[in-house]
Design a protein around this ligand. Structure first.
Ligand code: BF8
Length: 700
């Protein structure tokens, strides 16, 4: 325990005297097992503010700020005297040393505790006798459950809306893509319905049944998972015998997980871990796939969209509404209402922009400009130019309201979902039955609020051009333009011949523990240079967009020749000057689209997903949802990189299981690395290893 403190003190000294920069500090602290560091420690040494700053990272000695506007607004916020997300760290001293909660060793499961085990206290067992292995496993399962519940609730909201459209109780929405609804209907094994309304009702009821059933596997899992994976999950074998991880209904599994992790129930680390693996499947099929596909039927399948990304999409001379959160049910209507309002030629136009995954949803389907990632929401408010930030659920930090109040801004933070209120914010309850009216009211409120504006600071750098909309249907459509007879075969041929070395999905959040988006961009650049196709979702897409990786640039800067050639061939076939270097596939629930691509490629190549030269990465994950998605990726058999340990280091046995032993159970495993350059080395090596396993060349 003293060793970590000595290391931390020494690193802090080096940071304070300018011997190392902040990123290096975090990297070395992480290597020493110090996984959480106080913001004051990190920021006190740096330049623009006495307590905080977010200096650009460096790459090869050169400054490497992916978005100057973020830095400009952080500095501006500091001048105004407010702290932002990069300035606040864990307030727990033990966690700052990598102990206690940061190691997964704080247990709150009963009133005999709380018990903190490990280095912080020297205790090896809780009051009940739970070991470090058990406490770590229980806490991890609960975090996976939290992420899974988030996606399941998202799917539930989409399914309930679809049900209302089907039975006629909701009239403000229609089925925008009848063919997609038909595909889902058939895919779920349903038959007999003729009309869209009846199909919508049946799909919705089947989806809702998946959330509450007590026996049998989810219909969405049967529909979307391939046969090899289903067999693998059914055949998971522990030392004491077979242990299928195929789940039943989401509610049942979430309830079971909460039960098993209460005090005095499941006391076996490996047995607990298999429950986490099972929840990963609930997340993937009862959450992600259901949400994505139902939203496609209701709101349309994303196709190529051209837009601009970054905080400067907020306009000085327009009325700005930010839609922020995850479920696009209301935001779709707000975009419609804004379009109707602007069509009346008002004196001041309304500019609707998106943040977080709601921003990804409205970009993918409507071409709405995305303003930024989750960590940038306070900065958007600090511009003073936002009339309304309309939020639904997930990743909305309560500090947005605190920024409004601390700066005395006119901005209205508008909560809209019965699951999510923020003290001090304005609540306008949204129900799909009255969607148009709520959207109109919100737009009117923002328009009326414009006169209350004070001083405004829009950051100087122009937004970046982005191309989004890479749904599976769009990808197949584009490949069909190249080779209509066998579009997936054409893609597989170019993977097998090493024009495309592999495919990596980079997903998940942006972390405030590093310069904004640095790890996302550094990793993406390294992979592109090695001819690895990068597809992604979530806050990765915001960072990639703001850096220019989603721009259609015929030069394809930094992209390997093989990949460049493939991208340009597709661009030529669809009549575009270029494709973006990376493919934006949507919001975090749209990671489901990535599995559809993997299944198509694996099926065509006649191999399993674990054999493919592919990997997953969440280099900046922060949310519980990223933990559940990562677990699902491991279930899929993917080598899954995460940019920090998920509070499990208190149990070396659990670390070994997650990074090693689990591969023998489901084919995938976790790999933890903070430094994106080192992560890139390992991921590239893993892709090469998989290629060699298939007998595919790794030579240029
Ligand atoms: O679901 S990437 S911070 S916004 S959790 Fe949240 Fe993470 Fe961003 Fe989207 Ni996903």
């Amino acid at each position: 325990m003293d060793e970590k403190k000595i290391v931390l003190d020494s690193l802090t000294e080096m940071l304070n005297t300018g011997g190392i920069d902040r990123r290096r500090f975090l990297k070395m602290a992480g290597a020493a097992g110090i996984t959480a560091v106080s913001a004051n420690t990190v920021f006190a040494a740096t330049t623009t503010c006495s307590t905080c700053s977010n200096p650009p990272a460096t790459a090869g000695g050169a400054p490497f700020a992916i978005d100057p506007n973020t830095q400009e607004l952080i500095d501006y916020a500091h001048k105004l005297g407010i702290d932002v997300i990069w300035d606040r760290g864990s307030p727990c001293w033990a966690s700052q040393q990598g102990w206690g909660g940061a190691a997964g060793l704080c247990c709150f499961r009963c009133q005999m505790g709380p018990c903190t085990l490990g280095d912080a206290t020297g205790a090896n067992y809780g009051t009940c006798g739970a070991s470090k292995d058990i406490v770590v496993a229980r806490e991890l399962v609960r975090r996976i459950a939290g992420g899974t519940a988030s996606h399941v609730e998202h799917a539930r909201a989409a399914a309930r809306t679809l049900k209302g459209v089907g039975d006629g109780t909701i009239t403000d929405y229609t089925i925008r893509d009848s063919a997609k609804l038909g595909d889902i209907y058939t895919g779920l094994g349903l038959s007999g319905a003729v009309t869209d309304a009846d199909k919508a009702t049946a799909v919705a009821e089947t989806t809702l049944d998946d959330l509450c059933k007590d026996a049998g596997t989810p219909a969405w899992l049967e529909y979307k998972a391939n046969a090899e994976r289903k067999a693998a999950w059914a055949a998971v074998t522990l030392p004491d015998g077979p242990m299928s991880i195929l789940p039943t209904g989401a509610g049942t599994e979430l309830s079971e997980a909460l039960h098993r992790t209460t005090m005095g129930v499941d006391g076996d680390m490996v047995h607990l871990a298999t429950d986490g693996l099972k929840l990963g499947l609930v997340d993937g099929y009862c959450g992600l796939h259901a949400a994505t596909n139902i939203q496609d039927a209701l709101f349309g399948i994303p196709m190529l969209k051209f837009a601009q990304a970054g905080l400067s999409v907020i306009k000085q001379d327009e009325i700005n509404i930010i839609v922020n959160g995850h479920e696009p049910i209301l935001s779709e209507k707000i975009v419609e209402a804004v379009n109707v309002y602007n069509a009346t030629s008002p004196p001041t136009r309304v500019n609707v922009v998106g943040m977080c995954c709601t921003g990804n949803e409205t970009l993918m389907r409507q071409g709405v400009n995305p303003a930024g990632a989750m960590v940038q929401q306070e900065l958007a408010i600090a511009t003073g130019a936002v009339e309304a930030m309309v939020v639904d659920v997930q990743c909305i930090i309560p500090n947005v309201q605190r920024v409004v109040e601390a700066l005395g801004l006119h901005t209205k933070i508008v909560t809209t979902n019965s699951h999510a209120k923020i003290t001090g914010a304005t609540h306008m309850q949204f129900e799909p039955e009255k969607a148009d009216a709520v959207a109109d009211d919100i737009v009117s409120m923002a328009v009326n609020n414009y006169s209350g504006r004070g001083s405004v600071h829009i950051p100087a750098a122009p937004p970046q051009d982005v191309v989004a909309g890479f749904s599976v249907e769009q990808i197949l459509g584009a490949l069909s333009a190249v080779y209509p007879l066998d579009p997936v075969g054409w893609l597989v041929k170019h993977i097998a011949n090493n024009s495309i070395r592999g495919i990596v999905g980079i997903v998940g959040c942006a972390t405030p523990r590093d310069a904004f988006g640095y790890r996302h961009v550094a990793l993406s650049r390294r992979l592109l240079a090695e001819n690895i196709l990068v597809v992604g979702t979530g806050c990765w897409a915001h960072a990639a967009g703001q850096y220019g990786l989603l721009k259609a640039d015929p030069i394809y800067p930094g992209v390997g020749d093989g990949l460049k050639g493939v991208l340009q061939t597709v661009a030529d076939a669809v009549g575009l000057p270029a494709l973006p270097s990376c493919w934006h596939m949507g919001s975090c629930v749209d990671n489901s689209r990535i599995e559809d691509v993997l299944n198509a490629v694996a099926g065509k190549a006649r191999v399993s997903i674990p054999q493919l030269p592919v990997a997953a990465s969440a280099p900046e994950f922060i949310a519980e949802k990223a933990v559940s998605i990562g677990t699902w990726a491991v279930d899929l058999g993917l080598f899954t990189h995460i940019g920090g340990q998920p509070f499990v280091t208190g149990s070396p046995n659990m670390v070994d299981l997650l990074t090693n032993g689990v591969e023998g159970l489901v084919g995938g495993k976790f790999y933890v690395e903070t430094d994106p350059e080192l992560a890139a080395d390992t991921i590239i090596a893993k892709v090469n290893e998989k290629r060699l396993g298939l007998g595919w060349s790794i030579l240029p």
